[in-house]
Design a protein around this ligand. Sequence first.
Ligand code: ADP
Ligand code: ZN
Ligand code: MG
Length: 493
Amino acid sequence: MAQAQSQGDLAVVIGLEVHVQLETDTKIFCGCSTAPAEEPNTQTCPVCLGLPGALPVLNEGAVEAALKVGKAINADIPEQTRFHRKNYYYPDLPKNFQITQYDAPICQDGELECTVGDQRRTVGIERAHLEEDPGSLRHRGGSIDSADYTLVDYNRAGVALLEIVTEPDFRGAEEVRAFLAKLEEVLGYLGVFDPSRDGSLRVDANLSVVETEDVDGDDGIEKSVLEAANRTEIKNISSHKGAQKALAYEAQRQKNAIERGRAVEQETRHWDESRGITVSMRSKEEEKDYRYFGEADLPPLRVADRREQIEIPELPDARRKRFRNEYGLSEEAADKLTSTKQVADFYEAVASEFDPGLAATWVADELLGELNYRDMVVTDIEGRLDEIERLVELVAAEEITAKNARETVLRAMLDEGIGPDSIVEREGLGKSSGDEIQQAVESALEENPGAVEDYHSGEDGAINFLVGQVMQRTGGSADPSEVNERLHEELSG
Ligand code: ADP
Ligand code: ZN
Ligand code: MG
């Protein structure tokens, strides 16, 4: 094989298989709950335990979620989609076959654009198909290859998965990371998956090393080159950071092998997060090993009519662009305010009531910062949109100072869960009336004759000192420029 005697520069080729747990209330073929469970093996039934005679019924919610993804990635949706059995024996798979899709997946030939550094890249999506999640294994006393024993939990068996298979379009770990971030963002906008859930997005990465001259030029690599390159499939990558480390490790391992004249074995390897290495698990299965055949218990599903009906929200890139045009936001503000659909919706609700620029400052800079500091997200205060709007209104109407709104009112709102008006009242933050300010000015001048003298002898700092004295007397609620003006008036009068 050419790669084994390579003398030239080597390049990395990567393709991903991303498993996304679709956020449905029940499993894909039975009515068992998918909610996080306290106890193992409590959310199971004859169907997801694979007991003889139990029949699967397809969950409409999973189909709808898959179609939304299909639309978002511009995929072809076939007239009809259908299910196959993929046969293999493993303790997490109670039926000894997985119901999945084979020759008529629900989505085909899509793409997803992402930004790597300052470049736009389009990643081809070969297909996305529905299948059931296997159960989960708990290795005790070690990792998969060293545990004393292993327990199995079937609560996860039968959870709806969408497996998204990319073209081998990645040339490095950085691109993989950018793609996964973009994919998560889009899935979040579609509301089809829960990023906070452990293992809700799991990545298997295929990686091979080829001659640089074979990948150079017009992005596309010859099919023959791809097929000739021995690749490994790395399983068990469960975070973006993990993906980057696993891929960097595996790329180096293969390059070392090739440079030393050894062949890369075509095999499945396991990413051992704690040791930071990939370990060989088994020689790679081939398609024939799985004895695919049609799932006779599920009829083919006509999806042609649905692809037109399915509705998806405006996607992050489009929304980002619209925010910049429509509201005149900076790139940075638009990025922040579209980071999730919830943040974007929240911003637009505030922007519809006030000046969009002021709304952007309050949501992007103040609110998100304070939420982040408290490990909160915008959905935690979804029901309090009117209170945030009221806070911005108070600032816009100059009833409280921006400083007090930010440092006192907003923080108390988040910490104590109460509305802005009661905090303003409790803390006495309402802007002082003209009379109050005038009184404070007079008392400050009376009690600080030294500063008054300094002022008259031309010392610049004196006025600032006096402004501070007045602010103190009004509890910070006076408008500093008004105080300044009144002081000058008094002092020159
Ligand atoms: P298989 O049937 O062996 O799983 P597929 O053609 O379905 O192979 O591809 C599985 C994954 O492997 C896809 O994500 C694809 O992009 C990737 N892939 C294919 N060829 C290569 C290669 N030479 N190097 C790295 N990844 C590859
Ligand atoms: Zn069940
Ligand atoms: Mg495949």
